[in-house]
Structures are given as C-alpha cells and as structure tokens.
Design a protein around this ligand. Sequence first.
Ligand SMILES: Cc1cc2nc3c(=O)[nH]c(=O)nc-3n(C[C@H](O)[C@H](O)[C@H](O)COP(=O)(O)OP(=O)(O)OC[C@H]3O[C@@H](n4cnc5c(N)ncnc54)[C@H](O)[C@@H]3O)c2cc1C
Length: 387
Amino acid sequence: MPILSHLKPDYMNIDELNIFADSVGHFLDENAPPNEIKRWSEEGSVGRALWEKAGAAGLLGVSVPEAYGGVGGDFRHEVVIMEQLAFKGAQSFVIPLHNATVAPYLIDYASEEQKKRWLPSVVSGETLLAVAMSEPGAGSDLQAMKTSARRDGDHYIINGQKTFISNGLHASLVVVAAKTDTGAGAKGITLFAVEVDKVEGFSRGRLLHKIGQAGRDTTELYFSDMRVPAANILGGQEGQGFRMLMEKLPQERMVIAWQSMAMAEAAIKHTIDYVKERKAFGKSVMDFQNTQFKLAECKTQATIGKVFLYHCTEKLMQKKLDAATASMAKYWVSEMQGRVIDECLQLYGGYGYMTEFPIAEMYKDARAARIYGGTNEIMKLLIARSL
Ligand SMILES: Cc1cc2nc3c(=O)[nH]c(=O)nc-3n(C[C@H](O)[C@H](O)[C@H](O)COP(=O)(O)OP(=O)(O)OC[C@H]3O[C@@H](n4cnc5c(N)ncnc54)[C@H](O)[C@@H]3O)c2cc1C
C-alpha cells in the first residue's frame, strides 16, 4: 500500500517492524471496516470495546517498558501504528494519543509504585489516557490557564475547566495541568495524573461537534473541588509541569507530523488509483498532463516530508531532537498534508466532495493538524527563537 516505502531507512526496515505493520493492518481490516468507521463518526467515538480489543491484540502501550507489562517497543512501533491507521482510513482511533503522547508522561514522571499500578492497564486498554492542558480562555498561552490546585493535607483541591480534550469521553486517567502557584508564571504549573473515575468533583462536559475527525471524542472536562491525592503529582513536586510539557511536546509534535505524513501518503495512493480508473474525454483522468503534474508535485512534497521525518525520528530516538526541529516537522508536514489532500480532492471532481469517498473525510480530518499540539503560528515562534 505505501507509495513511499522505498524511502525507509535501515533502522525502520527490519523484519520485526514489518511483521508488526502486517498485524496492525490485519487488526484494522477486521475491526475497522468502512461501515464501522462510519458508525464511529455517527456516534462521535470509536467506543470503549475497541480499545480493549486493541489492547488484547498488542497495539496499546507499545513503548511501555517490559517491566511494566509492555513489549518494550519504541517510537518506530508508534510510527507503524500511525501509518496503518491512516492507510486504513481509521485515523479517528487515537491510539497515538494514548500510546505516544500521554503514556510517556507516566513512563517518565510517575512514581515506581504508580507505574506498576497504571502501566499494565494502559497496555491492556483497561485504562485510557488523555491530556488536559487547553482551557476555554487559554490554549496557545498556557501560562494564562485558570485551573488551580490548592494543597489540603495529603490531597490537592483542583478547580477549573478544560476544553477540546481528545479521548475525553472514555479517558480514565487524565494528565491535568493546573496552577499550584498563580503568581509564579510557568513555574507555577504542575501536572497531576488524575484517576477521574475514582475522585470526587470530576465531570465530563458535552461531546464537541467538529468539522472533521468525527469519530474522535473531544469533550470539555470540569473540576469542582476535585480531590486528588498529593502523591499523584507527576515528578513528585509542585512547579515541574511546564518543564515536563516542554520535554514531551517535541514527541507530541512528531506524532502529529507522522499522522499528517501518513494521511498525505494515503491520499496520493487513493488518488492515483482513482484517476487511473476514471474516464473523461475518452481517456483516463491520469492521462491528462495536468493530473500527472499535480500528482508529481504531491509525491515530491510527500517525499521531502518523509525523508525529513525519518531524520527527526532518528534524532528523537537518540533523545537529540530539539524543540525547533520538532516544530518544523509539525508545521511543515501538516501544511504539506493540507496542500496535498486539497490537490488530490480536486482530481476526484464532484466525487471528492462526497463523504463516502475517503478523500473527503481526509480533507476534513486534516485541518485540525495545523491547530492542535500547538498551532503552526506557535511552531514558527519556537523556530524563530532558534534563529
Ligand atoms: C480536534 C482538537 C483536539 C484537541 N485535543 C486536545 C487535547 O487532547 N488536549 C488539550 O489540552 N488540548 C487539545 N486541543 C486544543 C489545542 O491544542 C488548542 O486549540 C491549540 O493549542 C490552540 O489554542 P486555542 O484554540 O486556544 O487558540 P488561541 O490560542 O486562542 O489562538 C487563536 C489564534 O491566534 C494565534 N496565536 C496565538 N498566540 C499567538 C502568538 N503569540 N503569535 C502569533 N499567533 C498567535 C493562533 O495561532 C491562532 O491562529 C485540541 C484541539 C482540537 C481542535
């Protein structure tokens, strides 16, 4: 299926990863056929049961160390999952958020006892993860967050509201950013791992209706005198939250870049198949030079993006990926995805506008990548700081 598989560097082109890709693909063929994907969109969520099936099939927590019930994989396994989800049109199933965006906060900052308690269930799918940073009044400017956490004996009392939270409907363990010191700016932000079904004062808001990614549940979360054990501070002490976010955001940006890359590649593949079949003026749409040139441009852009992502991935695995380079990947690849999918949709003509064709879903799904994980304007700010 992938049209750019020839670009794979040696570190990605190993039997174990290729076998894993096949097994993820088979899982999705069985559990995410087009009618199921349509149902996810109608219901606004993939549903709880699919997560547990994915856990049983070995797709969850693939980077969790073996000591905590994982298989001890790494970011390459996450890339394989992201590619397969996009190639099968199942990008609303946010395994990458659970595995590669939120689980690393637990792996790196939870206490030993908490890791033993939580991580095996992250791998099985019994525990679903989310991260709650954004608020109605604070997205890009996280330091302006209003959610507060006040110490009360061996607990913290958290008050506030979060919005746009992916996996918000089913998440049972949420990494919540809150201010433990409202006068200390970034140094006043603390991260709490909150077992939301076990604490008082937590409630989920409405399922938000989005223009795309309809099968991904995105909700508001409310904290009203929510009592969280003090032991659930990630990193063990107050004021470490902003530093942890800065450490983990480069990987989150790589997740968005890879999801964008995989969807762009899938769009080109679908479009090549379509234009070869579709006839106009007595020949196939592929025979028009305009079609060939547009697809040549798309493939060139995707090739450049993919080579860059392999470079960044290697650096990420060596723990040498800096924030500016990760921001370049997120910004450039998500914009490339937008251009490529738009051109591809045009080559479908009217059918490209019909939601029964995957290209139309991709067009809607892709738009968010320029906004979440830090908007592309914020990415440019981070890059500019390195100049
Ligand atoms: C589908 C979806 C899923 C999401 N999932 C999550 C999640 O799971 N967890 C979570 O915490 N958040 C999540 N978010 C929130 C997302 O991270 C924020 O929407 C994003 O960070 C932007 O914040 P904002 O919406 O408040 O926009 P604002 O910060 O209000 O930005 C508005 C505009 O101003 C621009 N802008 C802001 N500051 C500057 C500046 N300094 N210079 C130039 N331009 C600037 C922005 O780029 C943007 O164009 C999700 C969002 C979406 C759409």
